[in-house]
Design a protein around this ligand. Structure first.
Ligand code: 5AD
Ligand code: SF4
Length: 446
């Protein structure tokens, strides 16, 4: 049933984002679309006419967090008539099922359908709407609209989706097959960001190293070199890389393009070749270590981070020990570690999982304890050194300190006489904890 259409003008909208940086960037793009249509972004759930929940399906825990949040919204909607839209990966995965199970939701929208969002809201349709179709190409939304949270560092999505089908991973079913954005559009966006004074860009994609310009076929290494030429931008980073497709060509471009930070997030997932095979990762422990050593020879100051899954189905004690030993061998500057959880539609979730919950928990704790020790040692070795830091503002924990990141993407909290937010600054490191470095600003660089 159609109700009378409404205009977005002056409607207040609130966006809650779960999940990865791409979801953050998608929310910035959705905020841009809705403000361009006349809506007003709001920081208060209570005062909003529209609530958008941007969701993540990568692990069971992400989904559980969402359902608990939706429970709050259900109660809220009984008190105030609000339009509630659920968008992103969970919306894509469950579509109409979600609308049936949670009748207070007005619409669900998959990641390929965001350009319809203001139209859907303005149509004010009484019927629930499910828009979760796939598109074959990358869905360009004019970048000028993007409503960014930071005015120092910007996310720039370059591709979306994944063709790799790791056996545990739901992403190919939520983001679909790989879709790359035109290089020309990416460079235009970076130029526009540089004109606005942004200092750092971070390329985003589920698999950035398989980027290929749909027009010219130019690859990721060319994109890095082209981005390097944009004046004003000083640091370039990218996530996520797959070890399987991280080529020597990309490594060479990282070294050649001066602005590309010598920092790499390279998810290994497990240190055991047999587990990696069951995960369908397409590389062995030895292949991975060879890449790390090659990159360290090429860029001796390079900083690495990784993702680890603890307790993959059938993971034996010996296989788990190999994960601990790869952590010792590589000595990553940072890791993100997770307990394996079964995801719908994946191959791994059809296997019998013999590693029980408590055992997965134990393995995860062991991984995190070991890594904490490694990080403390690494961070303490920075004491006395001077690091170039891009200041992002006040430290979240201690408001009399400023905070930022160095080229290696480590968090640096520091004392400073002046507010150097948005600037590069030299910081002398005075102490190091497992998760951050501490120091004093000695010199503002711009
Ligand atoms: N269980 C646990 N962790 C997972 N990840 C992806 N799928 C799962 C799963 N089913 C982790 C991987 C990936 C990161 C984004 O999330 O480590 O790199
Ligand atoms: Fe998942 Fe593998 Fe794609 Fe990463 S590369 S998103 S782990 S399928």
């Amino acid at each position: 049933m159609e109700k009378s259409a409404r205009t977005m003008k002056n409607l207040k909208f609130y966006i809650h984002t779960f999940g990865c940086q791409m979801n953050e960037n998608d929310s910035e793009r959705i905020a841009g679309i809705l403000s361009t249509a006349g809506g007003k972004i709001s920081n208060s759930l209570e005062e909003s006419d529209i609530i958008i929940v941007n969701t993540c399906a990568v692990r069971q825990k992400s989904e559980e967090k969402l359902y608990s949040y939706l429970g709050r919204l259900a109660t809220f909607k009984k008190k105030k008539k609000t339009t509630i839209g659920v968008v992103g990966c969970v919306a894509q995965l469950y579509g109409s099922e979600l609308l049936e199970k949670k009748p207070f939701i007005d619409f669900v929208l998959g990641p390929d359908n965001y350009n319809q969002i203001s139209e859907i809201i303005q149509s004010n349709n009484e019927e629930k709407l499910n828009s979760t179709s796939w598109s074959r190409g990358y869905n360009e939304i004019p970048h000028e609209m993007t409503f960014r949270k930071s005015n120092i560092s910007a996310y720039v999505t370059i591709m979306e989706g994944c063709n790799n089908f790791c056996s545990y991973c739901v992403v190919p079913f939520t983001r679909g097959r790989e879709k790359c954005r035109l290089m020309q559009k990416i460079i235009q966006e970076i130029q526009c960001l540089a004109n606005k004074g942004y200092k750092e860009i971070q390329f985003l994609g589920q698999n950035v190293n398989s980027y290929k310009d749909p027009d010219t076929g130019k690859d990721f290494s060319t994109l890095l070199k082209e981005a390097n030429r944009v004046e004003g931008i000083e640091w370039i980073r990218f996530v996520t890389s797959n070890p399987k497709s991280f080529t020597k060509n990309i490594a060479a471009a990282m070294k050649e393009a001066q602005k590309v930070c010598h920092q790499l997030h390279l998810p290994v997932q497990s240190g055991s070749s047999s587990v990696l095979k069951r995960m369908n990762r397409g590389y062995t422990r030895e292949d991975y270590l060879e890449k790390i050593n090659f990159l360290r020879d090429l860029m001796p100051n390079i900083s690495f981070s990784t993702d680890i899954i603890a307790g993959f189905p059938g993971e034996t004690e010996e296989e788990f020990q190999e994960t601990l030993s790869i952590l010792e061998e590589v000595r990553f500057n940072n890791i993100f570690s997770f307990r394996y959880s079964p995801r719908p539609l994946t191959i791994a979730c059809q296997e019998k999982d013999t590693v029980f919950f408590e055992e997965k928990k134990r393995r995860l704790i062991e991984i995190q304890d070991l890594q904490k020790k490694i990080q403390l040692e690494l961070n303490e070795s920075f004491i006395g050194r001077v690091l170039k830091v891009l200041c992002s503002g006040k430290s979240k924990k201690t408001s009399h300190l400023l905070s930022g990141r160095n080229e290696g993407h480590q968090v640096v909290n520091f004392k400073s006489k002046n507010d150097v937010t948005g600037c590069f600054v030299d910081v002398r490191i005075t102490s190091g904890g497992p998760y951050s470095l501490h120091g004093e600003a000695i010199n503002q660089l711009d």
